[in-house]
Design a protein around this ligand. Sequence first.
Ligand SMILES: CC(C)(COP(=O)(O)OP(=O)(O)OC[C@H]1O[C@@H](n2cnc3c(N)ncnc32)[C@H](O)[C@@H]1OP(=O)(O)O)[C@@H](O)C(=O)NCCC(=O)NCCS
Length: 159
Amino acid sequence: MTVTLREVTQEDLPIFFEHQMDAEATRMAAFPSRNRDAFMAHWARIMSNGSGILNTILADDTVAGNVVYWEAAGESNIGYWLGKTHWGKGIASAALAQFLIKIEARPVYAHVAKHNLASIRVLQKCGFQLVREDLWNGDDGEELVMELRSECCATAANH
Ligand SMILES: CC(C)(COP(=O)(O)OP(=O)(O)OC[C@H]1O[C@@H](n2cnc3c(N)ncnc32)[C@H](O)[C@@H]1OP(=O)(O)O)[C@@H](O)C(=O)NCCC(=O)NCCS
């Protein structure tokens, strides 16, 4: 299986919508699913504002998920989401490693729920390190803030 990235297209959005409807995924990410209107409005906004980088993750020719970059409050951030049928195959690690080669900004941050061990592992494999623990949405749970300062390690890219 080959993992590649390309720009997000309108045709990808219904697939991403289904990915973020999965209850196990929303528990992992500690991020609630959006209804279709809210989801499409969110993607319309981030696709039109031009400041982020939005990539679709392909596993061979199949849309497996997305990996995105955005700036908020002067910080560079990344995030990713895969459909459940694609978990556990090294796809997120390979995709993030490739994406980090495209993203020149350093440091770059990821906010991850403390219980999301798979995502924390993906970040660690790409060279992210813990910088602090915060409360999520005020007091809704705990998140780790992880930071990448240097170039991404090659190990995950070749996974
Ligand atoms: C988190 C997510 C991106 C992981 O994607 P993935 O393609 O399965 O990840 P990979 O296969 O590349 O790597 C997962 C790593 O975590 C490890 N892992 C998986 N579950 C684990 C667990 N419960 N405890 C510890 N490590 C775990 C795997 O063994 C693997 O590490 P390894 O390569 O050293 O063996 C995917 O599950 C997802 O999209 N979840 C829903 C959305 C989400 O949580 N997004 C991230 C928000 S910060």
